[in-house]
Design a protein around this ligand. Structure first.
Ligand SMILES: *Cc1c(COP(=O)(O)O)cnc(C)c1O
Length: 380
């Protein structure tokens, strides 16, 4: 009877589904009648792909971007009925699984196209693909000059259907859009050259381009970070980026409180010593949850609506917080906000990203698997 004594972890990521709906409405308003294909790869940027996929389906979105066939299969096995566009290039050995599960892979190598065609013939199906053109990202994709020949190659296999032609921006999130506009111009040339071919839907825009490069919206856009309510960068010009609402809050609880005399060394290495008699709270979150050890002694959390300093080294499962200013007003079990809002105070993923020299994408994506994601809606 493994479930006869259910327990919930004290550290959890709360996912506000009503805010996801708000963000989708905002993005849809910007792109008008065009399709949005939300990217839910990497466990929906750490937000729980199953929760996000179910909510997006409920909102009427049915085509999602994933990193590989394994992510698609996991969602299909959870009962998610959607079209999965597989955004990373893969090896021929994945071809049969891709076809069998009805995925729409991006393609940019003849070997993979051939393997997909063979798998489709074997399974008696067709496979829809999206031809990926490298207009300047410099990661994967065929060169613009190869597009005609590559489309001909794809068309030589009756079981291959060219559902789309796509490209991806390297620098759409920067204030200076010259490089991004150069990519856009190359993609437009490619489309012009490919006019005589059936190229299906044209798609290029990520979140940054949805906000700042309207000319890149074409037939469909692929928003990722923005659906989660986070800005692609601080340099987005379109003021509507500020209407996004972060959907994730990272919360925990106080599990231990102690008075520490002045000069007491705290946590591994004692690299923090109290400067005054202090009230110290322990919270059950550490680098095992994705709360980086590099944040040690350099981060705030919210308790009682106040910013409180984290002190001593962040350990695997626990961290310490100086709650001296809250003496008499703080108790075991009190809620602690690591990312999110409490009272009038807010801590954002961007704030943690700045401290760690990274981007908000990495902060949320790195929240560890052991942290339960709990869906709530303020509409409920
Ligand atoms: C992840 C991804 C996106 C989404 O990018 P965001 O910056 O998160 O909006 C779009 N297209 C491709 C190919 C991607 O891999």
């Amino acid at each position: 009877m493994p479930n006869s004594h259910p327990v919930a972890r004290l550290t959890r990521a709360v996912i506000h589904t009503d805010r996801l709906a708000h963000n989708m409405r905002l993005l849809q308003d910007i792109v008008g009648a065009r399709s949005l294909w939300p990217c839910i790869k990497a466990n929906a940027y750490g937000h729980a792909d199953e929760i996000i996929a179910r909510e997006l389906l409920r909102l009427g979105y049915d085509t999602f971007g994933v990193a590989d066939v394994c992510e698609a299969v996991a969602l299909i096995e959870e009962g998610i009925e959607a079209t999965f566009i597989v955004l990373s290039n893969t090896l021929p050995e994945h071809a049969e699984a891709l076809v069998a599960h009805g995925c729409e892979p991006i393609v940019c190598t003849p070997d993979t196209v051939r393997a997909l065609a063979r798998a489709a013939d074997k399974l008696g199906r067709r496979v829809a693909v999206h031809v990926n053109v490298d207009t300047g990202m410099g990661r994967i994709g065929i060169a613009p000059a190869e597009v005609g020949a590559f489309l001909d190659y794809c068309k030589s296999y009756p079981s291959i259907e060219i559902r789309g032609i796509m490209s991806h921006f390297a620098r759409a999130d920067e204030a200076d859009k010259r490089d991004a506009l150069g990519q856009l111009a190359r993609f437009e040339e490619v489309i012009e050259i490919a006019r005589s071919h059936e190229i299906g839907l044209r798609h290029m825009a990520n979140s940054a381009a949805i906000f700042d490069i309207p000319g890149s919206h074409f037939d469909a856009a692929r928003p990722g970070i923005s659906i989660y309510g986070l800005a692609p960068s601080a340099d987005i010009a379109n003021p509507r980026v500020r209407d996004l609402q972060p959907i994730l809050e990272w919360r925990t609880r106080i599990t231990f409180l102690k008075e520490a005399p002045r000069g007491k060394g705290l946590s591994y290495g004692h690299d923090f010593h109290t400067e005054r008699p202090s009230l110290i709270a322990t919270i059950p979150i550490g680098y095992g949850d994705g709360f980086s050890r590099r944040l040690s002694n350099d981060v705030d959390v919210l308790i009682g609506g106040m910013r409180c300093r984290q002190v001593g080294r962040v350990t695997m499962d626990m961290s310490l917080v100086d709650v001296t200013p809250l003496r008499g007003r703080v108790s075991l079990g009190d809620e602690v906000v690591v990312i999110g809002r409490q009272g009038e105070e807010t801590i954002t993923a961007d704030e943690l990203a700045a401290k760690l020299g990274t981007i908000n994408y990495e902060i949320v994506t790195r929240i560890a698997e052991r942290v339960p994601r709990v869906a709530i809606s303020d509409d409920d």
